[in-house]
Design a protein around this ligand. Sequence first.
Ligand code: NDP
Ligand code: HSE
Length: 400
Amino acid sequence: MVKIAVLGYGTVGSGVVKVIDDNHEEVKNSAGEEVEVKYILDLRDFPGDKHEAQVVHDIEVILNDPEIKVICETMGGIEPAFTFEKRALESGKSVCTSNKELVAAHGPELVELAAKNNVSYLFEASVGGGIPEIRALNDSLKHEKIDSIMGILNGTTNYILTKMEKEGAGFATVLKRAQEKGYAERNPEADIEGYDACRKIAILASLMSGEYVHYEDIYTEGITKITIEDFEYAAKLDMTIKLLGMCKKNDDRFFAIVAPFLVPKDNILASVNNVFNAITVHGNMLGDVMFYGKGAGKEATASAVVADVVDIVRHMDKHICINMNGKKAQLTAKDNAVRQFLVRVSANEADDAKELFGTNITEIENNLGEFAFITDLISEKHFEEKKNTLKTVKGYIRVL
Ligand code: NDP
Ligand code: HSE
């Protein structure tokens, strides 16, 4: 029997306990041993809860108990989670977490600390909720030369964009629904401003490069400027709008970006809706492979945390190697990336826009009293320069 502790009894933490309760036999068969939750650390008490007797408020109880072999950190945030995880690893306990903020900020250091103490540090649930893409990158795809990872990495924003497109729903209303469903971060700004997707692509890019891609080096735009009118234009173009994170390797450097993109309806990412995420990985031998599943939510995310528990129990007293180290990866600026853009300006600036962007633009008819067009292929740098000379830009979106 292996005894574990869960730190944080919120959406994900309570899900972890539920998975271990409901799938007790399956977890046992998979891990090769019974797994029991001995402690649940939280700030609150949970009177009437089936597990109220396991709830403790002092981390020392858990750290000082030699029976505890695995700690699931599902509290979120940097501190005190970082200190708790470090102390757990130093005291010879393996850690698994859904806390992408912490993994993106300190992942290499924690992986190194785990190796030093011959325990494991796993974070499957930190990217793509329940989707098992990190284990695949770290195992089945490890022999591949991966040159691109791209996808829909945030459940909350994909839920919001889907409801805006299909129901014409207002941004604030749908964000509230996503929060009620337990998809959103404690501060939902992390979701809607793209910071969460940025941390996730930074983690994936770090695994792809074997180095450390710092999330603050990644150009990031969220979805707060996307409007119902943008979806009307997308429909006219037979496209939809998705918040994408992407990382591509060029020579020995990496380019990464998070931004909303117009995605053609015949692209497989266009049909990834609601809380679902999808991640495409390109390997030099394999070609494209795609991972799809629920990107947020209690049970799906908890399932990924429990997958890490199982992996750790199966490799007890061994360190599970993770392809990530503290050497900073070299990122290129977004300036040289070439693509098309949808641009919307006031009708009275149409002539200036045509003069700036040339004759190869495609105008889009509208009854909004504006001039909307798709640019020719243009570099990010030149687009930025030209856009900044226009006075009435109502919006712009990149085209995939
Ligand atoms: P919740 O806010 O629902 O749960 C966090 C829990 O941890 C709360 O019960 C909170 O208590 C408790 N907690 C916070 N600080 C402490 C502390 N110092 N000591 C003890 N307990 C503490 O968050 P989620 O479950 O949604 O998210 C947890 C982590 O998982 C985050 O990193 C998040 O980004 C990540 N994640 C979430 C997903 C989701 O779908 N929700 C999916 C994938 C990852 P209190 O409420 O009293 O503050
Ligand atoms: N807030 C995150 C999301 C949770 O919506 O994707 C899963 O990481």
